[in-house]
Design a protein around this ligand. Structure first.
Ligand code: TYC
Length: 120
């Protein structure tokens, strides 16, 4: 006999039994695995543009992502050169808050800086 092992079941044992027909599945025991799924994480991405001043981006990274000046400058340069960088990984709610804070701050200062999030 063939068993399909679903994502919620695990093979515990498959012992040869006295009534073993040679197929080997006679004594298969399936048990529901207690599953505590961790919530998904989201990357917050900062995108390059041609107009937002470098110092403004450095300030954003210090202010909203708790980076040191040196760290912030390094990440800003990565975005400037490569076009995009991950600036943090958070729960959905925190990531959404960070994106909102950055977008709002950039808009209030009339800079086109873009910040997005994506599932890790
Ligand atoms: N490219 C911008 C400039 O030359 C600087 C910049 C860096 C803009 C990072 C956005 O996310 C960014 N002024």
């Amino acid at each position: 006999m063939t068993f399909t092992i679903t994502e919620k079941t695990v093979r515990l044992a498959n012992r040869p039994s006295s009534t073993d027909d040679g197929e080997g599945d006679a004594d298969v025991v399936l048990q529901t695995k207690p599953k505590t799924k961790r919530p998904p994480l989201y990357k917050v991405l900062l995108l390059n543009d041609d107009y937002t001043p470098m110092e403004f981006v450095v300030h954003v990274l210090e202010r909203f992502f708790g980076m040191s000046h040196a760290q912030a400058f390094e990440i800003m340069l990565t975005v400037h050169k490569k076009g995009v960088a991950v600036v943090g990984v958070f729960s959905h709610e925190i990531a959404e808050t960070k994106v909102g804070q950055v977008m709002d701050f950039a808009r209030r200062h009339q800079h086109p800086l873009q910040c997005t999030m994506e599932k890790e």
